[in-house]
Design a protein around this ligand. Structure first.
Ligand SMILES: NC(=O)c1ccc[n+]([C@@H]2O[C@H](COP(=O)([O-])OP(=O)(O)OC[C@H]3O[C@@H](n4cnc5c(N)ncnc54)[C@H](OP(=O)(O)O)[C@@H]3O)[C@@H](O)[C@H]2O)c1
Length: 292
């Protein structure tokens, strides 16, 4: 049975009508377009991506098309694999689980102590495993591994588990070998995100969230009433839309689409500035805002 608009969890009739117009779901679309862009003016925060797993149908709405989907609805739940057990992996994992997604936290070891403690704290459906277990489970993955180890971590995750997957790359190419402040081990004409994309060409990398502290990533309203920016870079339009939806569900109001994955060179090269600001401001609770 094809998905219905009701099965996607939409409640307000005008939202439903708008979605029907844009996506044509009610006309019994057996395979909805992977990323239907809708321009619908609905003033509400939203989860913008819905997936009916059983039928493999995904509907992703433009960030401006604020459709309210209940996170607890079965169809809006995503399977998320987090690669990384550090502060970023745990913080993103906790947020995603709190939004009703099913999360597996991955590590080099299947029984990592930090990951086990995180599962206990998080409860619900949260689980942990090795990188390959998290990668094979998730429809959307987050690379939250140390930049110098990201290729190794994704290799451990196994290329066949990454095929077609949206991978949000939060890592930074920081080299601490010569102490503080760290330098960038790739820059100018290349980026870590592009290296990862070249190493795993069948995956769909989206660079995002790497330019702020982990606590701000998942709680943008914590600062300046949310009037600050998160950047996205990706070659794959549909993958970018999925990530925009997730970011909107975190509360992000200013999602700046920089363009293709080569634009990650810019956001990765913000890190030397971010580190100096951290020193100057004596806090990591800050972010970049774009005025124009
Ligand atoms: N901390 C922040 O607020 C922040 C903000 C923006 C971006 N970032 C970036 O996000 C990433 C994660 O940062 P983090 O502070 O959460 O953690 P992290 O300490 O940079 O990285 C932890 C993860 O890296 C994995 N790892 C370390 N060495 C490895 C190796 N040789 N092979 C495979 N995997 C290895 C660890 O695996 P195990 O689980 O097996 O130990 C762990 O899962 C980094 O790239 C960082 O630059 C951090």
């Amino acid at each position: 049975m094809p998905p219905t608009v009701r099965s996607l969890g939409l409640r307000n009739t005008s939202h439903v009508n708008a979605l029907q117009t844009c996506v044509g779901l009610s006309r019994s679309v057996g395979r909805a377009t992977a990323a239907a862009r809708c321009r619908v003016s609905v003033p509400a925060p939203a989860i913008l991506s819905a997936q009916t797993k059983s039928q493999g149908v995904r509907v992703t709405l433009d960030a401006k098309a604020a459709m309210v989907l209940a996170p607890s609805d079965q169809e809006t739940r995503m399977r998320i694999g987090i690669l990384g057990t550090g502060m970023v992996g745990q913080t993103l994992g906790t947020k995603l689980a709190s939004l009703g997604h099913d999360v597996v936290l991955g590590s080099r070891e299947p029984d990592n102590a930090k990951a086990r403690a995180w599962v206990e704290r998080t409860g619900g459906t949260a689980r942990c495993g090795d990188f390959a277990a998290a990668a094979s489970y998730g429809d959307v993955l987050f690379n939250c591994t140390m930049g110098t180890a990201s290729i190794e971590a994704l290799t451990r995750a196994k290329a066949e588990n990454l095929v077609g997957k949206v991978i949000v790359d939060v890592s930074n190419p920081l080299d601490f070998d010569n102490g503080m402040p760290p330098t960038l081990f790739v820059s100018n004409t290349d980026s870590l995100a592009e290296r990862l994309q070249r190493a795993f060409p069948a995956a769909r990398f989206v660079k995002a969230l790497n330019t702020m502290n982990a606590n701000i990533m998942v709680d943008p309203m914590k600062l300046a009433n949310g009037e600050h920016a998160v950047f996205v870079s990706a070659n794959d339009h549909d993958a970018k839309e999925v990530v925009r939806g997730l970011l909107a569900s975190f509360g992000w109001k200013h999602i700046v689409d920089l363009g293709d994955l080569s634009t990650a060179r810019g956001t990765e090269q913000l890190l030397p500035l971010w580190i100096r600001l951290w020193g100057a401001l004596q806090t990591s609770d800050f972010n970049f805002a774009i005025a124009r």
